[in-house]
Design a protein around this ligand. Sequence first.
Ligand code: F6R
Length: 613
Amino acid sequence: MCGIAGYVGSGLAQPVLLGGLKRLEYRGYDSAGVAELTGMELAVTKAVGRISELEKRLTESGATIGIAHTRWATHGVPSEPNAHPHVAGKLALVHNGIIENYRSIRDVLARRGVTFTSDTDTEVLAQLVNTEVDRKKREGVDRPLAEGVRAALREVRGTFGIVVLSADYPGMLVAARRGSPLVIGYGDGEHLVASDTSALLGRTRRVVYLEDDEMAEITADDVRLETLDAQPVKRKATKISGKLDDVQKQGYAHFMLKEIYEQPEVLHDAIRGRLRPDTGTAKLGGVNLTDDELRDIDQVVLIGCGTALYAGQVAAYWLEKLARVPATAVVASEWRYRNPIVSERTLCVALSQSGETADTLAAIREAKAKGARTIGVINVIGSTIAREVADGGTYIHAGPEIGVASSKAFTNMLGVLLLLALQIGRVRNLSEAAGAAIAKAAAELPEIMASQLKHRDEVAAAAKRYHGTRDALYLGRGLTYPMALEGALKLKEISYVHAEAYPAGEMKHGPIALVDPKLLAVVLAPQNALYEKTKSNLEEIRAREGSVLTVTTEGNRDLDGLADAVLEVPKVHEVLEPFVLAIPLQLFAYEMAVTRGTDVDMPRNLAKSVTVE
Ligand code: F6R
């Protein structure tokens, strides 16, 4: 979603800020802006659309301090007045998050004669901060900018990551957070601040994460950390990993394609050293539960949104099959509001690539408050969920995922969840032989997936054939049903083709009414225990002249007369089918998007990290 970059130092601010914004582009945005301070002169430049539009409007100002922002509209349409930074008096402010009580604050300020030029909650916050900073100045307090920010934030409800710059206090940025991440980068005679570490790459690796209800006064030489209650905070800088290469396309047409092709390598990284093929188990370091505690679990709740939720649905099958523990995957935004039933014997698993998804974060907090054991399965190191889920957590090590539609983070999340199912399974019901068969087969997955990626042309040919499709119905059974959901999500997200998914057995209870020659049915039918059942459903579609693209096991000729097009996947252990299905489903969505000319990496209306409810 929105992105923040800030700089103070002896170098030129503008290139650092624009470089930072570009590395945050992947989060999704619809407008962008920069505020720079040259001497005591505050200059704000904004543009709707891409950062390149903003760049066209900027000339080098010589400023060595500035703040910048990419906005994803929540309150008010994408427009220049609504874009950040927002100016109030002599200060400029950028904000991620939502100020829930902005209307009442706006009314109070309006009665005092403040006028507003935008529809946003952020402008209200900027005006409130400005009022409080002026008040602190009149009162003659020390550090009026920081004290004014602190006083203003006492008035607001909601979430914020903010950075403030003022012409009255040159050489200083004030940052604060509650619920929206901010990280401070420590350079040589300079400091940076950003909503995401990728904005800092190439400039510094030493960082300090702000925690909720903390603020920072940042100058070129110093960072003063304290809580919003004015308690000093001491925190050592940590080193971030990640390479600039991770946030560059390296010859691929799109980040998403690069990330699809990275899957064998990153899956290998995620399972290497954790999988124990000989004993059929796994050891996830961050899962701080003893074998006795794992045996004691009486239900597992997997919490996520979108793709992460579907990874959770696959894992629920695995946990029930391998560990014989009741497991359910739940939609974070629903579960958190239904007064969930959990106990100290419930294991709640927060699934999130970004580690910042507002609904998942709120749901895991709810689980914790109710006494459940909580762990996180997260990609972004140091993200809020990763740091907050105290009982433990494990990283999926997919590396930065820039394409808005998730690919490698999905398969790596599956990889780690499989390890979790093996680890829990082996201390409960799973025999060593059964565990070892799965673990050995899992170790071979990276190589198998790499071989699948050589068949992109076949998928591209199928996409060419179906590029005019308006509606698609994905069908799967058992473990392939969540993969049908994921396949349909990928297609709709990046190609804008309407797609939905059903358990194949449910088709005749309603969706079959949709079947006609214009409907594309994508039937996931690998040759597994449920194959014959799925084949019957496929025949039902065929009998009604629906067009069928099927994904089945290599060498299976049984469906030749029943499907218009066939994509093949290698034969693997039945439990591992989701991994090999992911590749053709992702590539099909990708190729459909390319043939339809959509913006693959930044699909309309979507954001990479959804930090609002
Ligand atoms: C789809 C996609 C989204 C995310 C969802 C949760 O391709 O990426 O559905 O999976 O927004 O995001 P995280 O995993 O960051 O919590």
